[in-house]
Design a protein. Structure first.
Length: 432
């Protein structure tokens, strides 16, 4: 039909205008013109259930956030080299969600910039250059951070002083103390640094290990590794770009589940509900040396409109009790997936914290052989039913289920029913 023809033209136009580095989701790309709550709409008004967007975390186009943005844009939008209250009010409110040790916040526009700043601060504070990351991490796009993001693809070369450790995977290390295993790998990496004459700077992890395949349990498994890094003078940087702002359901930040207080915390994605804003929260003593020797100016980071938007996002999280919703709907969704797992041998493992859910698909529960092709068919089969998710992990066999936090039980039922049908089709070998 005419729309399908136009969409093929759009794909071609993208290639021509945007070049070869971009990737679309899905074999049959989704063309959207409008969003509201957990729904995205195509040009013909058909609704897609969004079970994937952690950026539009308080719901697509939330009216309170949109109004705050429009109001502030009509009043003043300038940067951090003028006195204005918006950024101070927001900083104060945001820091109120952190342990008292974390006393400063700096603003950037992207999670990548936040990690890049944390990287520089860690080097200045420790005098070291060695960083530990996980095997299939993603932390961002700047040169230094891309070289700490092995999930970018085969063309990714690890940076100098960057050491990788296996993610804390309790599924493939059953009946073992995963915190101990993770710490042992971190100690091995630190020993390798010593052997290479590299002074440690820090450990940087996504506290929900999203791109590694989503690893949430047992809470506390990060503690020993963090201690090991601190013993040799390194810092712990918690990348909260994915789990932050209430998604894990038991608090605002993923690190809290592990009973650790990071030296620095990086924020992004849901912070502005789609408006490009991000930040880095730090212990004052960690930031001191960097701040004494350098000035920091990020033209758009901490501008008045971003601050107003960030404030409005926090309002919605509070007013609509979204942390609680992440916990209750997350538990309900997990229960539903466990019921499906009783009927579908393809479901090998379900891992979750709140509304961050990973579901690992395997060809054989005994060998845990990744069901990579089946996972792609399921993601595309759901898309054909207008239900949007994606896949994660080194073998791309983990369903990444990560809806806006306003997701309801009714939405979860819709998702589970669609997943049940699609998994049945894929298991039967019918095209989905
Ligand atoms: N850290 C993590 C864990 C991320 O998932 C991402 C983005 N996918 C980033 C950092 C980088 O954020 P941004 O794309 O805003 O630069």
């Amino acid at each position: 039909d005419a729309l399908a023809v136009r969409e093929r033209e759009m794909v071609e136009r993208r290639r021509r205008l945007l070049g070869p580095a971009y990737r679309l989701f899905y074999a049959d790309p989704v063309h959207v013109t409008r969003g509201e709550g957990v729904w995205l709409y195509d040009p013909e008004g058909r609704a897609y259930l969004d079970v994937y967007n952690n950026v539009a975390s308080v719901g697509h186009c939330h009216p309170h956030v949109v109004a705050a943005l429009a109001n502030q844009a009509g009043l003043l939008n300038t940067h951090t080299r003028y006195l204005h209250d918006t950024v101070l009010d927001y900083a104060e409110r945001l820091l109120g969600y952190f342990p008292a040790e974390l006393g400063h916040v700096m603003f950037t526009c992207t999670g990548s910039e936040a990690n890049d700043l944390a990287f520089r601060v860690a080097r200045a504070h420790t005098g070291g250059t060695g960083f530990i990351i996980t095997q299939f991490a993603y932390h961002g796009v700047t040169n230094a951070i891309a070289e700490m993001s092995p999930s970018l693809g085969a063309g990714m070369k690890l940076g100098q002083g960057v050491y990788r450790v296996p993610a804390p995977d309790a599924y493939r290390n059953p009946d073992q103390d995963i915190g101990r295993i993770f710490a042992a790998h971190v100690r091995q990496a630190l020993a390798q640094m010593r052997a290479d004459g590299v002074k440690p700077a820090g450990l940087l992890v996504d506290t929900i290990f999203s791109s590694d395949g989503v690893f949430a349990d047992p809470p506390g498994f990060l503690r020993e590794a963090v201690e090991a890094v601190r013993e040799v003078g390194g810092v712990f940087i918690a990348d909260e770009v994915q789990p932050g702002f209430g998604r894990t359901g038991d608090g605002m930040w993923g690190f809290q589940r592990h009973g650790v207080v990071p030296d620095m915390v990086t924020l992004g994605k849901p912070m502005g509900n789609g408006h490009p804003m991000a930040g880095m929260v730090a212990r004052p003593e960690v930031l001191a040396r960097f701040g004494e020797r350098l000035r920091y100016f990020n033209t758009f980071g901490g501008n008045a409109v971003s601050a107003a938007v960030g404030m409005a996002v926090l309002d919605v999280i509070e007013r609509e009790k979204l942390v609680e919703n992440a916990a209750t709907v997350g538990a309900y969704l997990r229960q539903g997936l466990e019921t499906l797992a009783q009927r579908h041998a393809l479901i090998g493992d379900i891992r979750s914290a709140g509304l961050f859910v990973g579901t690992e698909l395997v060809r054989d529960r005994a060998t845990r052989e990744p069901a990579t092709e089946e996972t792609a068919r399921i993601v595309n089969g759901l898309r054909a039913r207008r239900v949007l998710i994606s896949a994660a992990g080194p073998a791309a066999n983990v369903l990444k289920i990560r809806p806006p936090l306003v997701f309801s039980q009714e939405n979860a039922d819709l998702f589970l029913a669609a997943l049940d049908e699609v998994v049945t089709d894929v298991a039967n070998g019918s095209s989905s």
